[in-house]
Design a protein around this ligand. Structure first.
Ligand SMILES: Nc1nc2c(c(=O)[nH]1)N[C@H]1C(S)=C(S)[C@@H](COP(=O)(O)O)O[C@H]1N2
Ligand SMILES: [Mo]
Length: 323
C-alpha cells in the first residue's frame, strides 16, 4: 500500500514537473512531451485524480506568449446544413440546449451566455498530433450554466453534442439499417478529419470547403462565418455521426472549464469552433469540443455514441486525456 502510494507520488511529481516546464510552446512536439502524453494515457486518471485536488488549474500564460495564429484542427468548417444556416446569420439564432438530468432545461442565446459571469484565461492547447498553441479564451464557466439549470442528483457527466458530422453511416437511403453499412469515410486520427474534408470537397460528393483553411495566418472572424457552398444534410445520404465529448463533474465544476465564445479578444472563428466551444484546460486537444450545440447531463456514458464518452474515445483514444 505504501509502496503503491509512493509510486503514484513519484509518477505524479514527474507529470507535474513536466507540465511546469517553462515557456514550452513546442511541448507536445518534443520527445519528452510525447512520452508524457503516452504515460498520461496509463497514469493520468489515477495520478491526477488521486493526488491533485479537483480545483487544480492548468498553467496560465502572459499575453506576450499568445501564439500569433491558433492552428485549427479536426473539423474546420462543418458541412451540416443546420450549422451553415446558423453561421449565415452570424449565429444570432443560435441557442445552446442544456438538458438531460437537470432541474430546468435551458435554451441560451449567445447574448444570454455573454450576460452570465465571464472567465478569461491564456492557456496552452496540446494536440495528440504533436503541436501546441497558446490562446486567450473568454467564456462562461460551465459551472455557472449548470448552476442555472440545477443538476438532478443522478447527474455524473456532462456530454457535449457538436454540430459537425464526421462520418456518414450508410442508412435508409443507402439501403442498409443503422450499424449495418460501412461509413462513406472514416477518419483514423484527428488531422485526418481536416484532410478528409478537403478530399471530399475535391471529389465533390459532399460539398464543403474547396481548400484547407490551414493556410491563412490570422484568425479573422469577420470573413470566417462559414464559407463554401451549402452541403446536403448528412441525413440525406445516411446516418450522420457527429462529434461529441464528455467530462465528469470534477472537470465540469473546475473554474477553468468554460464554454468559450471569444478567442484572443474576438468572437471565435468558425475554424476554431464558433460560436461556442469547450475549454477543459487540463486535458488534450480532442477533449476541447468545438461547435457545441447541446450540453446533456447524464448518469452514464454507455448510451451515447458507441459508449466510450467521445467520438475519438469510441475509436480508441483515452477518455481521460490529462496533460
Ligand atoms: N466538434 C469538434 N470538436 C473538436 C474537433 C472536431 O473535429 N470537431 N477536433 C478536436 C481536436 S483533435 C483538436 S486538436 C481541437 C482543435 O481545436 P482548434 O481547431 O481550435 O485548434 O478541437 C477538438 N475539438
Ligand atoms: Mo487534436
Amino acid at each position: 500500500m505504501i509502496l503503491h502510494r509512493r509510486k503514484l507520488l513519484t509518477a505524479g511529481a514527474g507529470l507535474m514537473g513536466t507540465a511546469l516546464l517553462g515557456g514550452c510552446d513546442r511541448f507536445a512536439g518534443t520527445e519528452e512531451g510525447q512520452r508524457t502524453l503516452k504515460v498520461g494515457e496509463d497514469a493520468n486518471a489515477y495520478v491526477q485524480r488521486l493526488l491533485m485536488s479537483p480545483a487544480t488549474l492548468a498553467r496560465e500564460f502572459p499575453a506576450a506568449m499568445i501564439s500569433p495564429w491558433f492552428k485549427p484542427n479536426g473539423t474546420i468548417d462543418p458541412p451540416d446544413r443546420a450549422y451553415r444556416a446558423l453561421a449565415a446569420q452570424k449565429f444570432s439564432d443560435f441557442k445552446l440546449t442544456v438538458d438531460g438530468l437537470v432541474q430546468t432545461p435551458l435554451a441560451l442565446s449567445l447574448s444570454d451566455l455573454r450576460a452570465l459571469p465571464t472567465r478569461t484565461q491564456i492557456t496552452r492547447h496540446d494536440c495528440v498530433e504533436g503541436w501546441s498553441c497558446i490562446g486567450q479564451w473568454a467564456g462562461v464557466p460551465l459551472a455557472e450554466v449548470l448552476k442555472k439549470a440545477g443538476l438532478k442528483p443522478q447527474a455524473r457527466y456532462a456530454v457535449f453534442h457538436c454540430a459537425d458530422t464526421l462520418e456518414v453511416e450508410a442508412g435508409p437511403k443507402g439501403g442498409k439499417g443503422r450499424g449495418q453499412g460501412a461509413s462513406l469515410w472514416r477518419p483514423t486520427h484527428p488531422g485526418a478529419v481536416r484532410d478528409a474534408y478537403v478530399q471530399l470537397a475535391a471529389a465533390d460528393d459532399w460539398g464543403g470547403p474547396a481548400t484547407a483553411t490551414d493556410a491563412p495566418k490570422t484568425n479573422a472572424p469577420t470573413d470566417d462565418w462559414g464559407q463554401g457552398s451549402p452541403a446536403p444534410e448528412p441525413e440525406e445520404t445516411g446516418i450522420p455521426i457527429r462529434y461529441y465529448e464528455s467530462i465528469d463533474l470534477y472537470d465540469a465544476f473546475n473554474p477553468q472549464t468554460i464554454l468559450a465564445y471569444d478567442l484572443n479578444g474576438k468572437p471565435l472563428p468558425v475554424s476554431n469552433g464558433a460560436p461556442l466551444r469547450l475549454r477543459v484546460e487540463r486535458q488534450l486537444g480532442y477533449k476541447q469540443a468545438k461547435y457545441v450545440m447541446r450540453v446533456e447531463m447524464v448518469e452514464s456514458l454507455a448510451d451515447i455514441g458507441q459508449g466510450s464518452g467521445g467520438y475519438w474515445e469510441d475509436r480508441g483514444y483515452e477518455w481521460y486525456a490529462g496533460i
